[in-house]
Design a protein around this ligand. Structure first.
Ligand SMILES: NC(=O)c1ccc[n+]([C@@H]2O[C@H](COP(=O)([O-])OP(=O)(O)OC[C@H]3O[C@@H](n4cnc5c(N)ncnc54)[C@H](OP(=O)(O)O)[C@@H]3O)[C@@H](O)[C@H]2O)c1
Length: 299
């Protein structure tokens, strides 16, 4: 949090180091400053700060930040001028531009090894938390401990948020999968898909982990929690692309994740998750839901 007072050093002292997305200057003939940023090509955000006012930057804690999607999410949040904390096992895996960013703080730990007190300390003051955790796709990652990585981290983060008794609800954005159903609403799943999913649930533990993580938010946090509001983002088959492209978001899958899977690029998932954190209208539309995201060409 920064207090703004007219200072001989001028507003340059308040300029963020990422400079790309947020700039500030004195309004000629006044002591107020104008802050402007461009969160996306089509949006311009303007803020006027008068002397004595408080300029508060949004802080987000990200877990799974070294993953293929997590690192893209962190980069997009930093580019939007947010302050980002990451809990990572191997900071070296973060891309150089992200690792060296002045608005990033790195907590080196395996997320489930943090004590409750450490977890509460790290989420304290955060406006949002996001999880892009996933099991590493090797034998150890899929069948070894922790079998309930995503569920465990979701539960522990939520406990930590609640323990801090935040003034206003913290946004929790979970990366989930189109292979999971939102059981709060009626989603049509064919008999064939239900049978195969039951088998996958038995044979591939990460599926059950993803389902339980979303169930925790749906059932234990629910729709009226004073400390946490949540959204579980469901991409279909993940692909890698270098640029954000057009994508579509639905409240339920519009195709079978098993027999007619669509494509979703990780960078689009990151873009949508960042939007949920920074865009109040999008958050109002999707909070408490499990939006399904497809690249436009695949829907
Ligand atoms: N593959 C698909 O087509 C698909 C489709 C829809 C949804 N999803 C879901 O999307 C999510 C993320 O996908 P992704 O490809 O971006 O994931 P990813 O690249 O595999 O990244 C996984 C992240 O989880 C961390 N992690 C793994 N095991 C951990 C452990 N034991 N303790 C702490 N951290 C751990 C990794 O940290 P390290 O870097 O330290 O290993 C990494 O940051 C997953 O939940 C997946 O189920 C996948």
């Amino acid at each position: 949090m920064e207090g703004y007072n007219r200072d001989p050093a001028g507003p340059a002292a308040l300029l963020r180091n990422d400079g790309l997305t947020e700039r500030r200057c004195f309004i000629p003939g006044s002591d107020s400053i104008l802050i402007w940023s461009c969160p996306s090509v089509s949006r311009l955000r303007l803020t006027v700060a008068v002397p004595g006012s408080t300029i508060r930057s949004v802080t987000v804690l990200v877990v799974g930040a070294t993953g293929a999607t997590g690192r893209l999410l962190v980069r997009q949040l930093l580019h939007r001028g947010l302050t980002v904390k990451v809990v990572v096992r191997s900071p070296d895996k973060l891309p150089g531009d992200v690792r060296s960013h002045s608005n990033l703080s790195v907590i080196q730990a395996s997320v489930l090894d943090l004590s409750d007190a450490e977890m509460a300390h790290h989420v304290n003051g955060c406006d949002a938390a996001a999880s892009c955790l996933g099991h590493n796709l090797n034998l150890k990652g899929i069948y070894g401990p922790p079998r309930m990585l995503v569920t465990g981290a979701t539960r522990r983060l939520c406990h930590a948020i609640k323990a801090n008794k935040p003034d206003k609800p913290v946004r929790f954005v979970l990366m989930n999968t189109a292979g999971n159903s939102n059981r709060d609403i009626t989603e049509k799943v064919s008999f064939g898909q239900r049978c195969v999913m039951a088998l996958i649930r038995l044979l591939v533990p990460p599926q059950l982990d993803n389902e339980r993580a979303a169930d925790y938010l749906r059932v234990k946090i629910g729709q009226n929690d004073g400390a946490i509001e949540w959204a579980a983002v469901r991409p279909d088959s993940l692909i890698d692309e270098s640029e954000v492209t057009q994508y579509e978001v639905y409240s339920s899958p519009i195709r079978s994740a098993l027999f007619n899977a669509g494509k979703t690029s990780r960078i689009n998932v990151a873009n949508f998750m960042a939007d949920l954190i920074t865009d109040d209208d999008k958050w109002g539309k999707w909070r408490g839901q499990m939006p399904v995201i497809y690249n436009k060409a695949s829907s």
